[in-house]
Design a protein around this ligand. Structure first.
Ligand SMILES: Nc1ncnc2c1ncn2[C@@H]1O[C@H](COP(=O)(O)OP(=O)(O)OP(=O)(O)O)[C@@H](O)[C@H]1O
Ligand SMILES: [Mg+2]
Length: 678
């Protein structure tokens, strides 16, 4: 095979086919390219049968791309039979063959979040009788965390973690038994059960060691304890394990990924050949200088410096925008201008953000300007449960006959109108052909409702009638905010979310609905609740049909995604937005369990996605719950040397106060009027 398209170190990595190999290299240095070339080399030059090759990577998209690249070199026929997949897909493959040895049947189901939660909730009912109520999400999260650490149900210590220790110690074994009774496994089981299978059944282990004789792992820095154990089991016989990663891009610490796995590889596999790649083929000099300068500030890392044979290229722009809407406007305007100027496609542009809520302003602006886009990962903003719940209130306030939404909010947030009561109400409404809302207004005739339930219904009806009035007279966003306060929406989110982070994200999403309302209010001459909901519905209707993440990338559209999902990808033009303190670095990274280094790695991942042009943006003010808050620039900006950075205020008119904004708008309106008069 012709290896001339590779540099010397890359070639060395490709040729070192026997024994452990650690390829530790920075972003864009061709790690993934080495893996694909190595597979082709094994097939073509070493005569290894394709069935003996196993490559594991982080996403389905990466796996597919890897396969295509190999096929491109050796042809489809020769590539057939090799296994290139994610950890989870690999485990499904193994379990489908051998799970019977663990007492499950081969046609097992795989449970995702909603099914898991339902099960946990049922099990919790027995425990949740006393004064203390336990939150199912949190219990599930702790079980998942235990599974990622390979702690089986019978070894979960009640003293583990916080006050939830004892309840998880009770629920976890029951949960696992129930899953087994349903012949089901959950996502974390896929890995944990495969490890158990390989550990407990030597014959099975031997079979896979014989079959997969060459193992390769991309994005190795993000493997967790269970995944690492799996790799070691598979590789320990022949030790033909090649792992490829970048400790500077380890960004899944919060999900149990263990940076120690990469830092200790040489210890775990004595005699490891270590190869470093330092030439970057992706980005221009200035982008690389910035990336190097930022990551240099992390203490816990293996020192490496990237260089490029490419010229310095454009400077990195940093734009300080007036607020989040200004930020979105500037980005979209730049995309439109740059696309023509540089003859690029929409898909050459990526907008990367730290938190998913940031996407809303960009989505709105892109739609407004008719620019096609795809939002990768995360649900579309208005599809998120908590957002739908809030909108459901607004919809029912507007139209009490909207029974789908009425049922959605009847017991959300929980107010003691359980499923049985809801069933009774629905049945009565159907039998007597009375709209559900009318039944709620007069529930006395419905049989079997307890006093407490009746009371809850009355309170709910009062609240709704009260707010219907208030929305007619009051300011939209203020009234919306008051409604959420009255409902104790925040308390409910805190109570029901899996972990504090999730709760915070949901709260931010809810706040974002109110923000959207506030900006609608500012734009509209006669803002009404109905007008707002219409706007939102129109957005919904234009939503691209749900497709899987990979199909989405193929269309010609601007790509919006979180920094986390951008790993391994590259784009000619990258906008890294929200370069603000408390956003990047995220505020949760401060304080007690500070993890500023993981935030810096995220920033590094973002910077190194850019090939030609990197633009950093931040806002001086950002709306939270419709109220403007002052923001300060990200500390990472200071780490980028001045010679590669070009800072400017955004070119949009800078109105500071709402009054000034009104003034500007009036001026513009006066101009148009003058034109028309003329
Ligand atoms: N020797 C080479 N000559 C020319 N181009 C190369 C070479 N090696 C890699 N490239 C190109 O550089 C870019 C980055 O390569 P690749 O995606 O393999 O890097 P990586 O190290 O996996 O990056 P990341 O850390 O972001 O996953 C790709 O476009 C790849 O085709
Ligand atoms: Mg890669």
């Amino acid at each position: 095979m012709d290896l001339s398209a590779l540099n010397e170190q890359q070639r060395a990595a490709v040729r070192h086919t026997e024994g452990p190999l650690l390829l530790l290299a920075g972003a864009g240095s061709g790690k993934t390219r080495v893996i694909t070339s190595r597979i082709a080399f094994l097939l073509q030059d070493r005569g290894v049968p394709s069935q003996a090759i196993l490559a594991v990577t982080f996403t389905n998209k990466a796996a597919r791309e890897m396969r295509e690249r190999v096929e491109g070199i050796v042809g489809r026929k020769q590539a057939k039979g090799m296994v290139i997949s994610t950890f989870h897909a690999l485990c499904v493959r193994i379990l489908k063959e051998d799970i019977e040895q663990l007492g499950y049947k081969k046609n097992f189901s795989i449970y995702g979040g909603a099914d898991q939660l339902r099960l946990i909730r049922d099990l919790l009912q027995e425990v949740n009788t006393g004064l203390r109520k336990f939150d199912a999400d949190r219990v599930l999260w702790l079980i998942s965390d235990a599974k990622n650490r390979l702690i089986p149900p019978d070894r979960f210590a009640p003293t583990h973690g916080d006050e939830y220790g004892p309840v998880v110690a009770t629920i976890y074994p029951r949960y696992q038994r129930a899953l087994k009774a349903f012949n089901a496994v959950d996502f974390d089981d896929l890995i944990m059960l495969t490890v158990r299978l390989l550990q407990d059944k030597p014959a099975v282990l031997e079979k896979y060691r014989q079959r997969f004789r060459y193992l390769m792992v991309d994005e190795y820095q993000d493997t967790n304890a269970a995944q690492y154990r799996l790799l070691r089991l598979l590789a320990e016989g022949h030790r033909n394990l090649c792992v490829v990663g970048d400790d500077d891009q380890s960004i899944y610490g919060w999900r149990g990924a263990d940076l120690g796995n990469i830092l200790d590889f040489e210890k775990d596999f004595p005699g490891t050949m270590v190869i470093r790649l330092e030439q970057n083929y992706r980005s221009t000099g200035n982008i690389l200088t910035a990336a190097n300068a930022v990551i240099r500030n992390n203490l816990k890392r293996k020192i490496k410096a990237l260089w490029t044979a490419d010229g310095p290229g454009d400077k990195i722009d940093y734009l300080l925008c007036e607020d989040d809407e200004d930020e979105a406007r500037v980005v979209v305007e730049r995309i439109m201008a740059e696309r023509f100027k540089a003859r690029l496609s929409y898909r050459d542009f990526a907008i990367l953000f730290r938190t998913n809520v940031q996407s809303r302003a960009f989505e709105e602006q892109l739609r407004y300007q008719d620019v096609p886009y795809v939002l990768i990962g995360g649900q579309q903003f208005f599809d998120r449960k908590e957002v739908k719940d809030v909108l459901a209130y607004f919809r029912v306030l507007l139209n009490p006959r909207d029974e789908v939404n009425l049922l959605r909010i009847l017991n959300t947030p929980k107010r003691g109108i359980g499923d049985t009561s809801a069933d009774r109400l629905i049945r009565f409404s159907a039998e007597h052909d009375i709209p559900l809302w009318q039944v709620l207004k007069n529930p006395a005739e419905v049989e079997g409702l307890g006093d407490k339930v009746m009371e809850s219904i009355a309170t709910f009806v009062d609240l709704m009638q009260n707010f219907r009035r208030r929305f007619r007279v009051g300011q939209l966003s203020d009234t919306g905010r008051e409604l959420l306060q009255e409902l104790r929406f925040e308390d409910d989110l805190l109570r029901t979310a899996q972990d504090p982070d999730k709760a915070r994200r949901r709260m931010a999403n809810v706040a974002e609905v109110i923000n959207a309302m506030a900006s609608y209010e500012q734009r509209e001459v006669q803002p009404t609740l109905e007008g707002f909901l219409d706007k939102v519905s129109l957005l919904d209707r234009d939503e691209p049909p749900r497709q899987d993440k990979d199909a989405k990338l193929q269309r010609d559209a601007v790509v919006l995604m979180s920094l986390h999902s951008s790993k391994g990808l590259e784009f000619p033009c990258v906008f890294l937005v929200g370069m603000e303190d408390e956003l990047l670095p995220h505020k949760k990274s401060k304080g007690a369990n500070s993890n500023i280094e993981e935030e810096r790695r995220l920033c590094y991942v973002g910077i190194t996605r850019a090939q030609k042009k990197l633009t950093l943006l931040g806002a001086a003010r950002r709306k939270k719950f419709g109220v403007m808050q002052l923001r300060s620039p990200s500390c990472f900006l200071e780490e980028i040397p001045d010679e590669v950075l070009h800072s400017a205020a955004s070119d949009a008119p800078t109105a500071t106060t709402e009054e000034e904004k009104d003034q500007l708008a009036n001026n513009a309106f006066a101009d148009i009027k003058a034109m028309l008069d003329f």
